[in-house]
Design a protein around this ligand. Structure first.
Ligand SMILES: NC(=O)C1=CN([C@@H]2O[C@H](COP(=O)(O)OP(=O)(O)OC[C@H]3O[C@@H](n4cnc5c(N)ncnc54)[C@H](O)[C@@H]3O)[C@@H](O)[C@H]2O)C=CC1
Ligand SMILES: CC(=O)C(C)=O
Length: 260
């Protein structure tokens, strides 16, 4: 079988890095696409030291051209594109009454426009490839906050609802072109994003560093915080031919927080 190639945005650290490691071990060649070139290069070097093929590319997902650069890196380095993971995202912690237009422009620019531009860039490349009936994959990062909004995460939750809408609409449009679009919806994952959420909640409401992460983690039925590998195991399925008959879905992978 020929090589498979994936672009993963925001894969210099956190969940994206876990997905990159998993897809590399599944046989993918990987474009590590991140705003932070240093962590992207470190992750690419780690993968290469294990015998995998990887390349790091710097770019801001809120910029259309960045996605074109990520796709070009996939084609120039590895010859094609099979899977595009729109993982990069940011969080903001503030009460509804304090959200400003600037806050919304920033978070929608990265989480929503960034996902849409990634979907468009992947779609454009897939249409150029002669892949026959082979299913190509677009995979987006939503969240449990994209199913039920969190208080104090109102802007963030709105972006993750929007990612679900983009996932459904593009799945409907692209199905006839042998492209599926699905989302993963993690719960409370132990990454720098949750360190930031916890620290911002302490600033807003008082308490000790770590106390909000602990409080929210108590809602996890399986009794432990989620790791990037827990998310990556599900993305591995979405990126494999085992998920070829699934499209337009946004699935909670959260250790049992939500049951909807
Ligand atoms: N950590 C969690 O509990 C959860 C995270 N998610 C989602 O999973 C995704 C990954 O989250 P984490 O790994 O926890 O976040 P993180 O903050 O640990 O890592 C995010 C990565 O994205 C990159 N990034 C940020 N803005 C970027 C931009 N404009 N352009 C390119 N790269 C950019 C960062 O440099 C970083 O490498 C996000 O979309 C997040 O909303 C969803 C549910 C839960
Ligand atoms: C960051 C995030 O999506 C949650 C729900 O914690």
């Amino acid at each position: 079988m020929s090589n498979r190639v994936a672009v993963i945005t925001g894969s210099g650290r956190g969940i994206g890095k876990g997905i990159a490691e998993q897809l590399a071990s599944d046989g993918y060649d990987i474009v590590i696409a991140d705003y932070d070139l240093k962590t992207a290069q470190e992750t690419a070097e780690e993968l290469k030291s294990k015998g995998y093929k990887a390349v790091a590319v710097q770019g801001d997902v809120s910029n259309v051209q960045a996605h074109k650069d990520f796709v070009k890196a996939a084609v120039d380095n590895f010859g094609r594109l099979d899977t595009y993971v729109n993982n990069a995202g940011i969080c903001q912690v503030q009460p509804i009454a304090e959200i400003t237009k600037e806050d919304l422009d920033k978070i929608f620019g990265i989480n929503v426009y960034g996902t849409l531009f990634g979907i468009q860039a992947a779609h454009e490349q897939f249409l150029k490839q002669d892949d026959g009936d082979k299913i190509r994959k677009i995979i987006n990062a939503s969240s449990i906050a994209g199913h039920q909004a969190f208080d104090i995460l109102g802007a963030y939750s709105s972006t993750k609802f929007a990612v679900r809408a983009l996932t459904q609409a593009s799945a409907k449009e692209f199905a006839k072109e042998h492209i599926t679009v699905n989302s993963y919806c993690p719960g409370i994952v132990l990454t720098p994003m949750w360190d930031l959420i916890d620290a911002e909640m302490v600033k807003l409401n008082g308490g000790e560093i770590g106390s909000y992460l602990k409080k929210y983690s108590e809602s996890i039925s399986l009794g432990r915080g989620e790791t990037p590998q827990d998310v990556a195991n599900f993305v591995s399925y979405l990126a494999s031919d085992k998920s070829d008959y699934m499209t337009g879905q946004s699935v909670q992978i959260d250790g049992g927080i939500q049951f909807i």
